[in-house]
Design a protein around this ligand. Structure first.
Ligand code: SAM
Length: 309
């Protein structure tokens, strides 16, 4: 079934590509791990992003995810999606803070976007302001409902769990998602390069075990996403909660099938490492052949190492 897919040296198939198309953002979240700084004039163009996706498609990648910064701050976001959609991937998705979603949801859907993840850590206005340093909660909620309405299905809500900030809000958030036919994803906080890491972790890191134990007790069904870092999904009263645990989960690496592209056009073989990046965009800008670009992709894939190996 996966004969046409390139596998890394640990036999992990490369099925999805996450492209960070900008690191500009209209929020300033306390935990954000900014992926380097790239000025808007140096960002990858829609054609360059298309070329990257074309090579990815050739080596068997099935799914494209666009991220940022916030991808919706790019004025050409609809054009980018449209170009990628012409390559006929199984799935094109995008992760956004939702601030500009009301404006773009329908156009993105029409351009060929399949689904969307929206980051929303809280429904409490004060907590929202504390976490994002902005006051866009109402705009984000409207944008989310708009995304549901236009059929960006399923809308997934990304909630990063932080100690003494929002760990008690899981139930409310789950109800909000269930009522609106959305999936809730609980994300374990990872170290932020922005801050003094030890202090940041001690202050905000909240292991997800206790939450998962409760979910286990309540769940009607539990499943595991084999090629998505072994993520667990809990089904409760027709609602769905998925757990993303990059830090305390040996399965995360073992079941990782995702390659990444940084905003300055490098292949990033592993989420939790920055010391094995492979230069890509300058080769595209120099007009290298598709065969050569494919070789560079394979070089990136060869550098993939399980973090806990
Ligand atoms: N701006 C977009 C957004 O807010 O979704 C896309 C970029 S953001 C980096 C992508 C996802 O990473 C968001 O769901 C965000 O909550 C999550 N994230 C960012 N920093 C994180 C951290 N230190 N630990 C865990 N998740 C983090």
């Amino acid at each position: 079934m996966l004969d046409d897919v390139v596998k890394d040296k640990y036999e992990r198939p490369i099925l999805s590509l996450r492209i960070t198309i900008t690191n500009r953002c209209n929020e300033n979240c306390i935990y954000c791990h900014h992926d380097g700084m790239v000025s808007s004039k140096d960002e990858m163009t829609p054609d360059e992003i298309y070329t990257i996706c074309k090579i990815a498609k050739k080596i068997g990648v099935r799914k494209i995810r666009l991220s940022g910064g916030d991808p919706l701050v790019r004025k050409d976001i609809v054009e980018i999606v449209e170009k990628i959609a012409s390559l006929d991937f199984k799935d094109i998705s995008l992760t956004t803070n939702g601030v500009l979603l009301e404006k773009y949801a329908k156009d993105l859907k029409d351009a060929g976007l399949d689904r969307i993840n929206v980051s929303l850590d809280t429904l409490n206005p004060d907590t929202y302001k504390f976490v994002t340093k902005m006051d866009y909660l109402n705009e984000v909620k409207t944008g989310i409902l708009n995304a549901v309405e236009v059929g960006l299905y399923p809308v997934k809500i990304n909630m990063v769990i932080m100690k003494d900030i929002n760990q008690n809000e899981v139930k409310d958030m789950f109800e909000f998602c269930r009522e609106n036919n959305m999936v809730l994803q609980l994300i374990e906080l990872i170290e932020s390069e922005n801050c003094d890491e030890d202090k940041f972790n001690a202050e905000y890191h909240y292991p997800l075990d206790s939450i998962e134990n409760k979910l286990s007790d309540m769940a009607d069904d539990v499943r595991e996403r084999k090629f998505m870092q072994g993520r667990k999904k809990y089904y409760i009263n027709d609602g769905e909660i998925e757990i993303v645990r990059p830090v305390d989960n040996s399965k995360f690496c073992a079941n990782c099938s995702r390659l990444r592209i940084t905003p300055d056009g490098k292949i990033k073989p592993c989420l939790l490492r920055n010391d094995n990046l492979v230069e890509l965009i300058s080769h595209i800008r120099n007009g290298e052949s598709e065969e050569k670009l494919e070789e560079i992709f394979i070089r990136g894939i060869d550098k993939r190492e399980p973090f806990n190996n």
